[in-house]
Design a protein around this ligand. Structure first.
Ligand SMILES: Cc1cc2nc3c(=O)[nH]c(=O)nc-3n(C[C@H](O)[C@H](O)[C@H](O)COP(=O)(O)O)c2cc1C
Length: 359
């Protein structure tokens, strides 16, 4: 099934996503996590010929026009990164147009509009998930972006809305499709669930059956089986993974093995980790690489802050993750962190299939 999805023919608008990607998995946009260091570390695990879309951290279209992009560390990138689809928040024409122009110059290949952010500020100022309460205006916001001079493809990431009412979800997403979005991503939790409860994948299947543009499914993938199940149960065109990819980057590699793709260049001839102890060993190596990338792409203060946040999010998948987390909060620099990781992983560490508690 997964193989056939990968090679299925695409209708006209789907070409946008298929031109940017030939691999049905991508990283989710996450504040504090989907930055250049994370992307660079994850890229080692992509099968050799696989290409996918990559997010940035979320950017405000209200702030960007007043900023020098070179000074926005959330936009730090490697020279080799030619596949970025930054995510913006916004609801006004001019700031969206200007931001998109700037991001095109920066090298973006598309723009994702966040209509799922449930924080209070978003609700107060009518962006993020609050746009789901006004489908007509949400569609207008999409048309600002689609018709902007940048001509970048536009996607929209949203939630299941405010309550289970598929007619509202349908109205909202049909409006977005009609306004010219190239693809949509659904994280099927309600606004007030934040990240609690379970993502209701049946809503992804529902959307896929109703829209003609590609639907990316997101929510609660932790293992390769979850990934395959979401693809098969919902028929979605691509699976977006957030938290689990930060901890289990080899999901890319495992999917490549499942699809009989060429191994990642970095791991040529090796097999991906399968048992929880093999995963633990690989995680130790991954964390050291990830740490290096943090200090390569950010100044010391930001690198430390971001890496500590990463441990806070991922530690609940590790059998003794609480120990790693507690000790990490006492680290003050790269050397401390490196010593901690080496010491922690000098003993066998098990990565659990499912996390104990979710960030
Ligand atoms: C720390 C963190 C920050 C997030 N920030 C954003 C964001 O800026 N934009 C967004 O669309 N979603 C954001 N999300 C939601 C994720 O993109 C994703 O929808 C959610 O985590 C569910 O996917 P998962 O179960 O694979 O993690 C964030 C999630 C986490 C854990």
């Amino acid at each position: 099934m997964l193989k056939s999805c990968q090679t299925s023919s695409f209708a006209s608008k789907e070409a946008m996503l298929s031109e940017l990607s030939n691999f049905p998995v991508c990283l989710a946009p996450m504040v504090g996590l989907s930055h250049v260091a994370m992307r660079m570390a994850l890229r080692h695990y992509l099968p050799e010929d696989a290409k996918t879309i990559w997010p940035t951290e979320m950017l405000s279209s209200f702030k960007l026009p007043k900023q020098n992009l070179k000074s926005v560390s959330m936009l730090n990138k490697a020279e080799s990164e030619v596949d970025l689809v930054p995510q913006i928040l916004g609801n006004e024409k001019e700031p969206i147009e200007t931001s998109m122009d700037m991001l095109k110059t920066y090298g973006a290949k598309g723009i994702d509009i966040n209509m799922g952010c449930p924080v209070k500020k978003a609700l107060k100022y009518n962006y993020g998930v609050s746009l789901m309460g006004d489908p007509e205006y949400a569609a207008t916001v999409v048309s600002y972006a689609v018709n902007s001079p940048s001509k970048l493809p536009v996607s929209v990431k949203f939630r299941a809305g405010f309550q289970k009412d598929t007619s509202v979800l349908l109205d909202f997403s049909k409006g977005i499709e009609a306004s010219g979005a190239s693809w949509v991503t659904l994280h099927p939790r309600f606004s007030d669930q934040k990240r609690r409860g379970r993502a209701d994948w049946s809503q992804i299947a529902f959307l896929k059956s109703k829209l003609s543009i590609p639907v990316v499914g997101n929510g609660d993938i932790e293992t390769l089986d979850d990934l395959i199940n979401m693809k098969e149960e919902t028929g979605c065109d691509m699976v977006m993974i957030g938290r689990a990819l930060t901890l289990r980057p080899w999901l890319f590699w495992q999917l490549g093995e499942h699809l009989s793709l060429k191994d990642p260049e970095f791991f040529k001839g090796k097999e991906s980790p399968k048992t929880s102890l093999e995963e633990g060993e690989e995680l130790g190596r991954h964390m050291l690489r990830l740490l290096d990338y943090h200090y390569q792409y950010f100044d010391e203060t930001e690198a430390l802050k971001k890496f500590l946040f990463y441990i806070k999010v991922m530690h609940s998948w590790l059998m003794f993750g609480h120990d790693l987390y507690r000790r990490s909060t006492m680290c003050k620099d790269k050397k401390n962190l490196e010593l901690l990781i080496k010491d922690f992983f000098s003993r066998p560490q098990a990565v659990m299939k499912k996390s104990k508690s979710r960030y």
